[in-house]
Design a protein around this ligand. Structure first.
Ligand code: B12
Length: 247
């Protein structure tokens, strides 16, 4: 079996902020796969078959600090959609090429949308030991809090999985993430996807022009700045200091 720590060290050196590995069999049974077909967001969607050889999933996170909001600016015309996502795609490609050369592992970088064969990335990240799901329904990591973006690759090999965290960073927290939501998507104490989706649709129709950029329609760079209220309100590691999980 290949050492997971070797792979993680290499992926971090290629620019990832965090990385971890989980078995595909665990992912298949994770909470999002149990319930997605009952979510109104996935009405009519029946899943995409995963490649037979997929044994493990390598999850990569890139920190999205609030001081770099442009990492998240979404363009409908630029491939890769956001600068942060393009960075993650590049790290994924470089990781795949290193895995093939150094270990003969076939790594398949996955698309982002679940509808196109992507996976539920937060579930994969929890199983890969990157963090836990917080009361804002987001992945919370000890080092960057919720302020990370994710991508993943399937590996055709079993590797030792990364250890999952036993940690509850939301215990005793007053949940400023709930209060911050402009759509009150946490009004019932849980995450209401359709309320959140309404805010995202509103954002989509409020395009911002980025001066000085010459990409996009008519040489104007128009982007969407999607809401990050519940993410940015999370106090975990917000002052830059890493939290120490219980395990
Ligand atoms: C579709 C989608 C949306 C939709 C619907 C979201 C939804 N939750 O259903 C909309 C457009 C509304 C949306 C909104 C946002 N999104 Co979004 N979204 C996605 C996408 C593509 C799929 C998510 C999904 O459908 N999940 C499945 C549904 C059924 O479940 P769920 O609500 O996520 O809840 C599950 C988990 O919490 C999990 N879970 C709970 N507890 C536990 C415990 C364990 C042990 C495990 C394993 C799992 C687990 O089980 C729940 C289901 O039972 C992912 C990327 C991807 N490919 O995964 C990004 C993603 C989840 N989004 C992300 C972000 C940042 C956002 C926003 C902040 C907007 C923004 N500025 O980008 C908001 C925040 C919403 C929120 N608080 O959850 C990030 C999250 C990063 C992080 N730190 O967690 C992701 C990973 C994309 C990325 N670029 O990295 N999103």
């Amino acid at each position: 079996m290949i050492e997971t720590t070797d792979i993680i060290t290499q992926v971090l050196s290629l620019g990832a902020s965090l990385a971890g590995i989980a078995p595909v069999d665990d992912l298949r049974q994770s909470p999002s796969y149990e319930i997605y077909d009952r979510s109104p967001y996935y009405e009519g969607y029946h899943g995409v078959a995963w490649p037979k050889g997929a044994q493990s999933v390598l999850v990569i996170a890139l920190a999205h600090d609030p001081s770099e909001p442009q990492l998240d600016w979404w363009s409908d015309v630029i491939p890769g959609r956001t600068p942060g996502n393009r960075m993650l795609m590049s790290i994924s490609r470089k990781s795949a090429s290193w895995l093939q050369k150094a270990h003969g592992i076939i790594a398949r970088p996955l698309p982002y949308p679940v509808e196109k064969g992507g996976i539920f990335l937060k579930d994969a990240a929890v199983l890969a030991g990157l963090g836990v799901i917080g009361r804002n329904n987001l992945l919370v990591t000890p080092r960057f809090g919720t302020r990370v973006r994710l991508r993943a690759l399937f590996l055709d090999r079993e590797t030792g999985p990364s250890a999952q965290l036993a940690w509850n960073p939301c215990a005793g927290c007053a949940a400023p993430c709930h209060a911050a939501c402009p759509e009150k998507a946490f009004r019932g104490g849980f995450y209401d996807v359709m309320a959140c989706h309404r805010e995202m649709e509103r954002n989509r129709h409020r395009l911002s022009e980025i001066p000085g950029e010459s990409v996009g329609v008519d040489n104007r760079c128009m982007v969407t700045k999607f809401c990050r209220a519940c993410e940015l309100a999370c106090p975990v590691a917000a002052d830059g200091s890493e939290r120490v999980p219980d395990l």
